[in-house]
Design a protein around this ligand. Structure first.
Ligand code: ADP
Ligand code: ASP
Ligand code: MG
Length: 422
């Protein structure tokens, strides 16, 4: 029998009662001699609580490079350490031999980019030794250690990535991500009660859903699973459904279900629209602005670039967090004015809604359908951008739920309107 990696998210380990229930479930697998590696998140709300402590310490200042990110990572990695030890104790009480490890203890090596480190290598010797001694290994998700011995964290939702990286390193049979919903849905089931559970989804589509705002899986976790061909499943501990299986090839998918073009709709309320207006007198203005953002560790996504008469208009989206106080906005505005002879404007009351599906760009009716449905509901479109696999719109954030629901219905994604032939 091969090894299975199971990851339990924040809600699943959100109380002592839930932790005890997981321990009971794990005991059943253990008795059947199923080899398991378990990855845990922090209890729900714990990572936010730790982040708020740091924020209070810095008096809510938002200029990003003011934070001591090395210390921040040490602080926020502790959430997972609490859960791993509690689960291991619960298992011991049930007579299951288990041991918990932090990322550092287990030699999960990452680069040194604090708060969003990438896993580079995992030493599997401890795991293999424990498995051979019939010890159930519990691992703290979301964290690792760099080559200098510093603790690092993997970005929000990073326990998913710990799970798939471990599954890849030990060549597991399957990586199972247990969460608080029954799998991957056509849209966030908490926002739209007509969303439908997807039984199978391709890696490409899952990557797109994740990177465009669906937080059910961290994007990097999907990347790990793809690279090493590990079957990845999202499911819930609160029911017995098989959940959603993420599969590599669309051809496999076509054999099992009658697939429609649109696989899902995501929304991202965390980004602010930032527009830079410059004349083409300044060579490389766009590049210079991006370089400035990089100096402040600000990640950005270019949404649109237009030349109107002699002016360039470049629209980016960047995290709203940077604009929570006006400080960062003022710094960027001053830079654009003094160095690029241009203007900066920002709209932080927006949401990016994305419709995802393979080959979406070649179906012209999709854009038309979106526009006509938004028009009917009186929602004003601020911007549209497309790629081969998604179409994103920017609208006012107050209309998030309305727009998602309207488009979900328009594209026949509502529960009972999807036909599956298995
Ligand atoms: P965990 O703590 O288990 O890691 P997360 O909160 O990170 O859980 O992710 C699960 C949540 O993702 C769900 O509660 C749901 O609200 C949200 N979500 C957003 N989009 C989707 C989607 N398309 N399918 C399923 N869940 C989604
Ligand atoms: N506890 C971390 C977070 O809240 C990691 C995770 O839950 O996956 O982002
Ligand atoms: Mg998560």
């Amino acid at each position: 029998m091969g090894i299975i990696v199971q990851k339990f998210g924040g809600t699943s380990v959100g109380s002592i009662k839930n932790i005890k229930n997981i321990a009971k479930q794990l005991k059943l697998f253990y008795k059947k001699k199923q080899k398991l590696i378990v990855v845990v998140s922090a209890m729900s709300g714990e990572t936010n609580r730790l982040l708020i402590l740091a924020k209070k310490l810095y008096n809510e200042q938002q200029v990003n490079n003011i934070y001591n990110n090395r210390e921040l990572d040490i602080l926020i990695s502790t959430g997972e350490q609490i859960t791993m030890s509690l689960l291991s104790m619960a298992l011991n009480m049930l007579g299951v031999k288990s041991k918990s490890y932090t990322g550092a203890q287990l030699s999960i090596f990452t680069d040194s980019v604090y708060t969003k480190a990438r896993i580079q290598h995992i030493d599997t010797s401890i795991i293999n030794k424990d498995i051979n001694n019939n010890i159930l290994v519990i691992v703290a998700g979301f964290q690792g250690i760099d080559k200098y011995g510093n603790i690092t964290t993997l970005g929000r939702g990073g326990s998913d990535t710990t799970a798939t990286a471990l599954a890849s390193a030990i060549k597991a049979d399957e990586c199972q991500i247990y969460t608080d919903v029954s799998g991957v849905y056509t849209t966030d089931p908490r926002l739209c009660n007509k969303s439908s559970l997807i039984s199978y989804i391709t890696v490409e589509e899952m990557l797109e859903l994740s990177s465009l705002g669906s937080k059910v899986l961290q994007t990097r976790s999907v990347e790990f699973a793809v690279k090493t061909n590990i079957p990845l499943r999202v499911l819930s501990i609160f029911d017995n459904n098989p959940g959603t299986l993420i599969i590599k090839k669309r051809s496999i998918l076509e054999n099992i279900i009658e697939k429609q073009v649109i696989s899902g709709i995501t929304y991202n309320c965390k980004e602010a629209k930032t527009t830079v207006f410059v004349t083409d007198v300044v060579p490389g203005a766009c590049y210079k602005f991006l370089k400035k953002l990089k100096e402040y560790n600000i990640e950005s996504n270019i949404q649109n670039k237009k030349k109107i008469q002699k002016k360039f208009v470049i629209t980016f989206t960047i995290s709203k967090d940077y604009y929570k106080t006006t400080k960062m906005y003022n710094i960027l505005q001053e830079y654009v004015c003094n160095n690029l002879g241009g203007k900066l404007s920002c709209d932080n009351k927006i949401v990016i809604i994305s419709i995802v599906g393979v080959g979406i760009n070649s179906h012209k009716y999709i854009a038309k359908k979106i526009l006509s449905n938004l028009e009917k509901t009186g929602i004003i479109l601020i911007l549209v951008s497309t790629s081969e696999i998604k179409l994103s719109i920017i609208i006012n954030e107050n209309y998030t739920a309305l727009a998602v629901k309207v488009l979900h219905t328009a594209f026949n994604l509502d529960i009972n309107s999807i036909k599956e032939e298995i």
